[in-house]
Every structure is written in C-alpha cells, then in structure tokens.
Write a protein that binds this ligand. Structure first.
Ligand code: PLP
Length: 424
C-alpha cells in the first residue's frame, strides 16, 4: 500500500518514533490487506450485479410519504438486498431505528406464547437482554409474553454441539438464536463456515426450528452471509456495515418469505405487512450506501488490522490478532486499566472528522448496564462504520474499535490515541 508518511508528518506532526512504528506496521500487514481487497472485489461485484439484475433506475429514488403504498424504489431495494444476501425476501426500512429494533422485530415476529427461544452463542448483545427479559427494564419483553428462553455458552470458540443436541432432543425449540459478532464480550466472532455447520446440525435434528442470526457488524466481511448458508432469518443495522456510512437510519431483516411477512406484520401492524412504509426520500441513501458498503467495510478492516498490529507491538493484548480470521469489523484492545481505556477512546475522538475537539466521557447509555464511553465523530449519530471506539467501563477495560470511511482517518485516530495514553 502507498501511504504518504510525509503528509502524516506535515499535517499532524507525530513524533518520529510513532511515525516509524506506523510505517513498519503498514509494511508488516501488506499480505492481510491483499486478502481484504480481494473479498471487497467479490462483494462489490455481487452488489453491482444485483443493481443491474433488478434494473435500478433513477425514478426509484423518488419518495413516497403517508402510507407509502406503491413505493417502487422500496420494492427494488428489497429485491436487491434479497439477491445480495441470497435470501427469498427482505425488509429494508428506515422505520427500524436501530439494529436492536430490527432484531427485536424478528423475535416478536416469529415467536408466540409457549414457544422456546434458544441462544447458542451465549448471552446476547446488551440491548437485547431487556428485549428477551433476562434483564430488568422496559415493558413487554418476550418472557412477559410467555416465551421461554434458554442459552448455551460457546465452548472453546465454537458451538457446544453436545449441549445443543441435548436441548433440541429434550424439547421443542421454536427458534435458535446466533450472534455472529462478539459484541461487548471477549469471545471470538463466529465465522460463516461455523454458522453454516451448526445450522445444518440443528436442521438435521429438528428441521422445523428456525435459525435466527444477529448479523450486526458482519455484512461484507466475508463472501457469504448467514442466509446463504442456511439461516432462516437475519437482521442488522443500516448505520453499520450495509449502510456504507451513507444511510442515515434504518435496519434490515432478510430470510424466508413467510417469516419476512410475519416480521413485516409485526413492524407495520397485523395485516399491513410489506405493502406500507413511506421511504420519505431515503431510497438514495440506502442504495448508495449499499453500493459503497464493501469499500467502506474494507477500509474499516484495514484500520482494524493496523490497530491490532500496532497495539500488540506496544504490548497490549488484542482480539483478533492482525493476521487472524475476521468475520466482523470489530477490533478489541484489552487495557486492563480504566484510565488508559478512557484516554484511548478520547484520542480516537481526536481523529474523527466531526467533533474532533470534544472529549467523550463515560455515561449511562439507555439499554446498557455499565457506564459506556463512546468516541464517535461521524456524520450520523451513533454510526459505527465511521471511525468510532466504544467501551463499557468495566473489567478488564476493553476498547472496541470500528470503522472508518477511509484508512487515513483511522490511522490518524489510532496514532492520536496512542499519543494520549503515552502522555499519561
Ligand atoms: C450493534 C449491535 C446490535 C444492535 O445495536 P443497535 O445499536 O441497536 O443498532 C446488536 N448486536 C450486535 C452484536 C451489535 O454489534
């Protein structure tokens, strides 16, 4: 990769030792970058082809309002998403305000009183714990509606096949839940290959069990998505990977046609389904964002790899290591020290294109049980495909870094963050 270190010195005046370290880092990760570029090409062509196949035209960018009947743009978007994800159908809507809402819609969409939900990747993401009812707060969680919940932890970074089989044979499991990405935990993320294997295993024992995947942060990191290896439903956020930093809100659910209809009725109300939902002029953002997504995901992955290498060189434990297999864009760095964690996040903020002059502090964020510090200075609130770094302030003080729309932004952020912890 050609990187202008002279410019880095000229515009940012980093000290020569740090610049040398950055230079060595970029040289050492060359091979990993090549692999990232290759997957990017694949996904870029896959998406472009879906645009061509579905004859996207300029008029599809028009808006609808009110009920949103006959929104041909929205319909084309959902066809394109279905093709890209290899799924029968999809629901891609600005009416999802977050990934949590899309996942929640998926769960309430298909589960009924008396059904059992089984998570096989351990405890789900923080904000979903209230949705399920395993954490107090809010109204109308799954458990309150008479839906049972059990979970099996991962075992040695894979699924605990023995336990899963026992549970599937003991009782009727309506849906199995898998979280692809690590979320705020120190486990490894789960590859598409492993998701495919466990899905086959589940279907062999219990063909009617619905396999549901939380796909947040995973889109376009590999060549395939969970719905291409047998998952029945998956969901994610448009202010993460598939929105390509352009979509300013929204979420998606993709999967089997009948299940998508159930989810659409849950989102829009019984009997309304997919036919309503005004796009309000957001079709362009959603489409352009999807088109850019593989490129931005690749830039983000390069930032993650750069960070892993440089932080490991400086003596920190990182997960994954720079050359380890990746299935999401998250890079964890273990600080084991509260102050270092906070300083690092504050340094990342200094690299962000927006709000680089503010200092983030830990706060009580809705949906989380610990204080969370969030470095985020992008063009969309809360987006984490733009450069961002967040951390629940708890042992062992791990920072989770994601994004940026270009590699250079990430490099400046990480080098500024290193400066911050060095100055302590
Ligand atoms: C981001 C994320 C979610 C949903 O989060 P929102 O902030 O509600 O979009 C769910 N699961 C995982 C693993 C995530 O990373």
């Amino acid at each position: 990769m050609q990187f202008d270190f002279e410019a880095l010195k000229r515009f940012y005046n980093f000290d020569i030792k740090l610049l040398t370290l950055a230079q060595q880092t970029i040289k050492s990760v060359e091979e990993v970058f090549k692999k990232i570029e290759r997957i990017k090409s694949y996904n870029q062509l896959k998406i472009l082809n879906a645009f061509h196949k579905n004859k996207l035209s300029y008029t599809h960018l028009n808006k609808t309002d009110g009920y949103g009947y006959s929104d041909s743009g929205r319909e084309v978007i959902e066809k394109i998403y279905s093709d890209v994800f290899g799924s029968e159908d999809s629901l891609v809507r600005i009416q999802f305000i977050s990934g949590t809402q899309a996942i929640s819609t998926m769960l309430f969409g298909v589960l009924r009183p008396g059904d059992l939900l089984l998570s096989i990747s351990g405890r789900p993401y923080d904000t979903l714990q209230k949705v399920i009812g395993i954490k107090k707060g809010g109204y109308g969680n799954l458990i309150e509606f008479g839906i049972g919940y059990e979970e099996v932890d991962l075992k040695e970074n894979n699924f605990d096949y023995e336990q899963i089989e026992n549970l599937l044979r003991k009782q009727k499991v309506k849906a199995v839940f898998i979280q692809r990405s690590r979320g705020y935990s120190l486990r490894e993320s789960i590859s598409i290959e492993k998701i495919g294997q466990v899905t086959q295993f589940i279907k062999n024992i219990s063909p009617d069990t619905i396999v549901i995947v939380d796909n947040c942060y995973g889109e376009f990191v590999e060549e395939k998505e969970p719905t291409e290896v047998g998952a029945d439903l998956m969901a994610g956020s448009l202010i993460k990977n598939p929105g390509g930093t352009i979509a300013s809100c929204g979420g998606y659910i993709a999967g089997k046609k009948d299940l998508i209809e159930m989810c659409a009725d849950r989102l829009n109300t019984t009997g309304m389904g997919k036919d309503v939902g005004p796009s309000l002029g957001f079709n362009r953002e959603i489409l352009q964002g999807l088109l850019f997504a593989p490129h931005i995901v690749a830039e983000s992955l390069k930032v993650a790899v750069f960070t892993a290498y440089i932080m490991e060189t400086l003596g920190y434990e990182v997960l994954p290591r720079y050359n380890e297999y990746r299935t999401d864009i998250i890079q964890s760095i273990v600080f084991k020290d509260e102050e270092k964690l906070i300083k690092f996040c504050q340094g990342i903020q200094k690299g962000c294109p927006v709000d680089s002059n503010v200092l983030p502090e830990p706060w009580d964020m809705p949906g989380y049980s610990h204080k969370v510090i969030m470095a985020a200075g992008g063009f969309v609130q809360g987006t984490s495909l733009e450069l961002s770094c967040d951390a629940p302030v708890r042992e062992p003080f791990v920072a989770y870094l994601q994004g940026s729309s270009s590699f250079e932004i990430g490099v400046v952020g990480v080098l500024r963050a290193i400066e911050m912890i060095r100055r302590m």
